[in-house]
Design a protein around this ligand. Structure first.
Ligand code: 8OZ
Length: 367
């Protein structure tokens, strides 16, 4: 039986355990340049004992930005800052993937270049809010991307993948989850297009598959992961038949032999019904490759997920915010630091790089 603490691999890339760090938006990047903060070097380095770190969601273009202070991967100077981060993680023996992101309609005119409207599959405004300079505001009305706009966006993902390689990442994850642009194309609550990118499941899946193919021109297939949230309603999402569209996506991604599938099985604090669980389990069964489970996993559930063969690895979010040495704590059955929700998004070092390590406690006790 496999355990959380056993190593695993994707091709020739070895992970020292199956405790992965989930992508976590922390909103501390420089808002002018979209460069990661200086402090982010320490933040990621502190968490390098994860089997794999998946970076916070990182926009592939200015139009792909929807919240203040999220980092980008569309300029050389952003890549240079990310290189300091990947070097620091590698020095500690860790591995790190970059998450490629485009928010689509989850944005606000004040965040978009030239104050334009955000873009989406169709012109349907989301009933949700985002962080702007003026506070937490209703997202703006989007406009539907033209086919040229779609091609440009796919090229932006490819450029982001290229810059991620330059920046020394071990691979990339395509963010197809949580109601952002790719998800807006996949699901029929947000995609009402009548061209080759809307309507049938093949058409709605075309955007993510073209992105995967573009990224494959830059990275070997096994260094590319995809994150999906087939049953999530976060960011005002819905679909009339999630099993159908996501089964097709999983089968098509199988054909491309991608490195891993990463599914948000549930959102913290939200109930998940049996129907949703059945959909998720059916999709996992269809997937041929490495599977990363995510969504409100505690230690017991994570151990069971690995033991039972449900997942190859589990991605932890909140526990990694407040426990930089999470794998050591899990292995020793040590207590966890409680996360401070007030410092999740934005702010400085507090709640970012000052959570204590177990070894700090020992020092305090010995003193
Ligand atoms: C929380 C706040 C802002 C962004 C996601 C990138 O849900 C996010 C996100 C989460 O995937």
């Amino acid at each position: 039986m496999t355990s959380l603490f056993e190593n695993c691999s994707l091709g020739n890339l070895d992970f020292k355990n199956r405790i992965f760090m989930a992508p976590l938006t922390r909103s501390r990047a420089d808002d002018e340049t979209d460069k990661p903060a200086d402090m982010a070097v320490k933040y990621y380095k502190q968490r390098a004992s994860a089997g794999l770190i998946i970076s916070e969601a990182t926009q592939v273009s200015e139009r792909g930005k929807g919240y203040i202070k999220t980092p980008g991967i569309y300029t050389e100077e952003q890549a240079e800052k990310w290189k300091e981060i990947t070097d620091a993680v590698h020095e500690e023996g860790g591995k790190i993937f970059l998450q490629l992101w485009h928010v689509g309609r989850i944005s606000h005119t004040s965040i978009q270049p030239d104050g334009k409207n955000p873009v989406s599959a169709s012109a349907i405004q989301a009933d949700t809010k985002t962080f702007t300079q003026e506070g937490y505001q209703q997202v703006s009305m989007p406009e539907a991307l033209s086919v040229d706009g779609i091609k440009q966006t796919i090229a932006d993902f490819k450029k982001g993948a290229e810059l991620a390689k330059k920046a020394g990442f071990d691979g990339v994850e395509i963010h197809g989850a949580n109601g952002y642009l790719i998800d807006q194309f996949l699901r029929d609550g947000t995609n009402k297009r009548e061209d080759q990118y809307g309507g049938s499941i093949e058409n709605r899946a075309r955007f993510i598959l073209e992105i995967a193919d573009a990224v494959k021109e830059i990275w070997p297939a096994n260094r590319i992961g995809v994150r999906l949230s087939p049953t999530g309603s976060f960011n005002d999402m819905s679909d009339s038949n999630p099993l159908e569209i996501f089964s097709y996506v999983v089968e098509e991604l199988n054909k491309r032999s991608l490195g891993y599938m990463h599914i948000v099985e549930r959102f913290p604090g939200m109930d998940v019904g049996n129907d949703d669980l059945n959909i998720i389990n059916a999709l996992i069964k269809k997937w041929d490759g490495f599977y990363i489970a995510n969504g409100d996993y505690d230690v017991m559930k994570a151990k069971d997920a690995i033991k039972s063969g449900h997942a190859d690895a589990v991605a932890f979010g909140r526990p990694f915010i407040s426990n930089p040495d999470l794998p050591e704590r899990l292995e020793k059955g040590a207590e966890f630091n409680e996360p401070d929700e007030d410092t999740f998004y934005g702010g400085g070092a507090e709640g970012y790089i000052d959570y204590p390590f177990l070894s700090d406690n020992k020092k305090t006790k010995a003193a």
